[in-house]
Design a binder for this molecule. Sequence first.
Ligand code: F3S
Length: 387
Amino acid sequence: MHLSREEEQAYQGDLGDTLRRAMEILVALGDIYGADRLIPVASVQVAGVSFKTIGEAGLEWISDLRGKVVVPTVLNPAGMDLRRWQDMKIDEKFANKQLEIVDAYSSLGISPDCTCTPYQIRPDAVRRGDHLAWSESSAVSFANSVIGAKTNREGGPSALAAALVGKTPRYGYHLEENRVPTHKISVETDLESSDYGVLGYIVGREVGEGVPRFSFRRRPQVDELKALGAAMAASGSVALYYFEEDAPQAQKGAEEISVSAKDIQQVREENAPDEEVDIVALGCPHCSPKELEDIARLLEGKRVEREFWICTARGVAERCPNLVKKIEASGAKVFCDTCMVVSPASDRHQKMMVNSGKALAYIPGLCKIKAAYGSTEDCVKAATRRD
Ligand code: F3S
């Protein structure tokens, strides 16, 4: 990979040990994937924040770094609400380690916003065509597919390296030739909002790392696209999809897949909730203001009868204090900075009901508990039902 004079100096360690380590990561990645050079990134989102996933070794690695990030950088969800961790029944030892991790990132100049939906807290910060280095798979999918920015799915260390250098190797989804649709998906039914997570769950399993091009009967809304992309990134590894009529045409010989109402119904039936559900959790990916509004409306005049979490970004919760108040008046808890998948608080339950195809795919493996699926309305019903 070609390096400019300044990049070469950083690589040789002339600009300090942290930049040398960051450059080593970027150069190694670039060489593996055949990048020709580094390109500037407009922003970075760093995964590897929950103490549950990175442990002591990760904390030590981050604490060892010095210097400051040179582009706007945010974090992925942590293992707990950074302020209300006691309400999540997180033990103190875990909490201290988690706070240390966020402090270590903050001392590098990273904003302590811990969210998989950075585009919901600063909607204007990312523009079509921007190159990014984001990590979390649903955020990557949203950036590539809905915003029209360009990012690979970075690992924690490579995202951090990109934040410190302000650049990323030019390969993968940064190149137009890798952004051509590989699969044509025709959706042969009208979809309700809660079907998009199921659709993503089905299509992700079929296309793996492919680039699906959808044809829908109606244009999906933003939160529906967020749910679709998140589910495809979890049941498969889809980082880019198309949904608009004027999207690029699929490559020659692209596989065609059709999804019917029956396919969607089958996934719903296989994952229907039962009496084992002892927790309901919404907000995977983190809830938008519109989703908080829907939940608040559905909860009006109701009382929660089992554990009910709503996960969102702190920036969103702070923008919607009245909605948070209304939701919590029912006994539900709005948690920020964290989510049901990366928090150890989920692990002590037996079965979690979700409205997210991504959470449905991840919860059994990452939390070692069972998962059930339903619409937001079904989830509210389950959380407020008396047995
Ligand atoms: Fe976000 Fe956690 Fe889901 S990081 S996409 S809420 S698994």
